[in-house]
Ligand binder design. Structure first.
Ligand code: NAI
Length: 333
């Protein structure tokens, strides 16, 4: 098997801890990965310098595995993660959630096996914002037919390749008749090219409730940027929380895999962060670079650790450290 070059963007907050853990586990499997380490610390360096470093590495390797990067709330620098997705046109954010052994919410939820396919470059995250004298603020929700077509086609192609039967388009087109109306109308148009896959439609607030009551009824959620961001965190809550939920940002040629969660400043530097969200993003990465055996080995080792329930980080109800969980997984490889 040929060695594959992958950019490992370490991130900040819990990023360095979980990317170190993920790298150790992947390197202990049969995977053949040649890591290009890209360090990112927005508190020490200018954002543009970090963005340029991430972009040049990913353009060279075509595949990234990325730790989370902090964005200050309300003021300060803009999100480097959002900028990276936009600059590389990583228009599809794919976030699968599937019931994991022994994990789940504190209430009865059915078997969960759904994937959020979120539009990743426009909508309310287009970054067009104005404020006048602290009295007036406006954030533009930008929706284009071209962008909506790309993400709808991606969702249906993904459904086809995964042999899924239903795509649920999420919207608020009853109120946002123009922007969400365009998104929904485009999804309806694209769905006609896929007669074997049903197009289901849900208003976003109802969707949030349905995911709590009947998550087993859903397969692929096709969502505009903001709704997809929120509902994918909700979905992560159905399988054990943010600590275990993986994801990938797909463009036409480039892909950056990253966990759903952020930099978790409240637990950073304490060696208690759960590395499974990033590790499971790494499993998606290994399948993507055609190393399914290594992906399967790591998945089996994670299942064993979850089944045993002896070594778990605090977010999963245990009291083990990141390092102990990492060592336990490596022990099964
Ligand atoms: P967060 O996902 O970082 O944390 C939310 C809660 O989940 C916290 O209590 C945290 O401790 C917990 N948590 C998250 N990941 C965990 C893990 N691996 N193990 C155990 N517990 C975990 O979300 P929050 O607090 O909204 O954002 C913090 C920062 O992260 C912000 O600056 C935000 O902009 C950034 N962020 C970055 C993302 C990225 O780079 N892709 C995505 C989301 C947020």
């Amino acid at each position: 098997m040929e060695q594959v070059k992958v950019s490992l963007i370490t991130g900040d907050g819990i990023g360095p801890e979980i990317s170190r853990a993920t790298r150790r586990i992947i390197d202990s499997s049969s995977a053949k990965i040649d890591w290009e380490i890209v360090e990112t610390n927005p508190r020490q360096e200018d954002g543009d310098v970090i963005i340029d470093r991430m972009i040049s590495s990913i353009e060279e390797t075509s595949v990234g595995l990325k730790g989370p990067i902090t964005t200050p709330i309300g003021s300060g620098y803009s999100s480097l993660t959002v900028a990276l997705r936009k600059k590389l046109n990583l228009y599809a954010n794919v976030r699968p959630v599937k019931k994991l052994l022994g994990l789940g919410p504190n209430f009865q939820a059915g078997d969960v096996d759904l994937v959020t396919v979120r539009e990743n470059t426009e909508g309310l995250y287009s970054g067009i914002e104005h404020e006048i004298a602290g009295e007036y603020a406006e954030s533009i929700k930008l929706v284009t037919r071209k962008g909506s077509e790309k993400i709808a086609r991606f969702a249906f192609e993904y459904a086809k390749s995964e042999e899924r039967e239903k795509v649920t388009a999420i919207h608020k087109a009853n109120i946002l008749k123009q922007s969400d109306g365009l998104f929904l109308d485009t999804a309806r148009g694209i769905s006609r090219d896929y007669p074997g896959i049903k197009l289901d439609e849900k208003i976003v607030d109802n969707m949030a409730m349905q995911l709590i009551l009947h998550p087993e009824d859903y397969e692929i959620l096709l969502a505009p940027n903001l709704y997809g961001d929120i509902l994918s965190d909700l979905s992560a809550g159905l399988i054990g929380g943010l600590g275990v939920a993986p994801g990938g940002n797909f463009g036409d040629d480039l892909v950056v895999f990253e966990a759903v969660h952020g930099s978790a400043p409240d637990i950073a530097g304490q060696n208690v962060a759960n590395p499974l969200g990033l590790l499971r993003s790494g499993i998606m990465m290994l399948n993507h670079v055609d190393q399914p055996e290594a992906a399967g080995e790591i998945e089996a080792a994670v299942d064993k650790v979850l089944e045993e329930r002896e070594v778990l980080t605090p977010d999963l109800g245990g009291n083990s450290t990141t390092t102990e969980l990492t060592d336990e997984i490596i022990g099964y490889l």
